[in-house]
Design a protein around this ligand. Structure first.
Ligand SMILES: Nc1nc2c(ncn2[C@@H]2O[C@H](COP(=O)(O)OP(=O)(O)O)[C@@H](O)[C@H]2O)c(=O)[nH]1
Ligand SMILES: [Mg+2]
Length: 183
């Protein structure tokens, strides 16, 4: 929930949100990391265990948009490779102050292969959709990983139950017989 008295995040904020994702009840643990540079060393420690990342810039703030590339470098360094990411341009309610065109946000998201949303946390526009999207991506990835692990296990089990076939080797030649340790 947004109230305009909400202040900038100091360090880390934590919330839990339950979502229905394709009929499955998914509990999201949301770590809201501070955007300000001075908190970066604290916040990057929280990337490692993340399964999804929502990268947010402010559509009224050019610097926040340019910073997305720095955040990406930070994520590449600290988060796991397969973490699902989306790009969000926030503060859609301040459209008259917009400096980052929607097309630029979309182009950047396309470059990274991310889904893209424009939201207003204040007016609750598209926020739910953004969270749902990343939750879906994470769920699908985990289901895929689970299916792969099962397949691998089945393959290993069926390989183990195969009879072992021993092929008679040609008798060792007399010159090699007697050499080595097994006389
Ligand atoms: N008008 C408007 N202000 C917002 C919105 N989302 C966050 N803010 C304000 O933006 C300021 C910065 O907060 P936030 O975006 O969380 O950045 P951070 O916490 O510093 O990383 C705060 O004063 C918020 O109240 C929004 O959708 N619309
Ligand atoms: Mg914040």
């Amino acid at each position: 929930m947004f109230t305009s008295s909400f202040i900038t995040t100091i360090g880390i904020d934590f919330k839990i949100k339950k979502l229905d994702v394709e009929g499955k009840l998914v509990k999201l643990q949301i770590w809201d990391t501070a955007g300000q540079e001075r908190f970066r060393t604290i916040t990057s420690a929280y990337y490692r265990g993340a399964q999804g990342i929502i990268l947010v810039y402010d559509i009224t703030d050019e610097a926040s948009f340019n910073n997305v590339r720095n955040w990406m470098r930070n994520i590449e360094q600290h988060a796991s490779d397969n973490v699902n990411k989306i790009l969000v341009g926030n503060k859609l309610d301040l459209a008259e102050k917009r400096v980052v065109a929607e097309s630029r946000g979309r182009a950047l998201a396309d470059e990274y292969g991310f889904r893209f949303f424009e939201t207003s946390a204040k007016d609750n526009v598209c926020v739910e959709e953004a969270f749902l999207s990343v939750a879906k991506d994470v769920l699908h990835r985990m289901q895929g990983e689970q299916a792969n692990a099962q397949l691998l296990q089945q393959q290993q089990m069926s390989a183990a139950s195969q009879p072992v076939r021993l092929t008679a080797a040609a008798p060792a030649s007399s010159s090699s017989r007697g050499s080595g340790c097994c006389r």
